[in-house]
Write a protein that binds this ligand. Sequence first.
Ligand code: AP5
Length: 215
Amino acid sequence: MKLILLGAPGAGKGTVAKLLTKMDGSVQISTGDILRGAVQAGSDLGKQAEAFMKAGDLVPDELIMGIMEKRLQDPDCAKGFLLDGFPRTIPQAEALNDLLDRIGIKLDMAVNIDVPRDVILDRLTTRRTCSNTDCQAIYNVKSNPPKQEGICDKCGSPVIQREDETEEAISHRLETYNEKTAPLIGFYDKQGLLMTVTATDSNDVIEAVKAKLES
Ligand code: AP5
């Protein structure tokens, strides 16, 4: 499958993407995970992105397109991909359309995961993430804690709170989402690719995607 996952911070894009990869071997491509990996590695990309991320601002479109031009042409994308956190602005969505046209790939749909704001705020303040950038497993102290407190079930690395999970950064990320990313819902609707799923249970999102792909 070739999907875009849209939704506010904390809507569950990463959680749903990880579940969908198990269906047909499609790869999850999370620009947030790629950028956090670059920050931890201290690469040029990481140095350029770090301050934007910490403040809850978007990283400039040129940097993101530089990453995605290469990533979408990697051999593992041939089976399918789940774009988690990309595109995030209308210019990114337009550039993605151009890129997909050039490399001859057609999207199946853009799935908009719609979750109430109070649920989102609760999830973001209680999320924990594996600190190993090759793993980045997602936990939640309320709904999905690691078996051993503070330790990743999958790789044994410490599980931490992300740097952009301060109250101030969360509220800024939500404002940024409303201003810059929410317009993508209309963008993909016009292209006939949008499916909105209003659900707080990730399994409901998976079922809706399956049903749509089969129809
Ligand atoms: P990114 O990492 O993409 O963050 P985000 O979009 O803010 O999304 P999140 O990862 O916060 O949430 P999510 O929807 O994946 O939810 P999750 O599954 O974790 O981006 C971070 C930063 O990088 C950006 O602010 C920006 O600076 C930069 N960036 C990234 N991409 C960019 C781009 N394209 N352009 C420019 N800048 C970019 O779930 C959240 C929590 O809820 C977890 O604890 C989870 O366990 C829990 N949960 C999820 N689903 C459920 C459920 N059904 N029931 C109960 N709990 C649940």
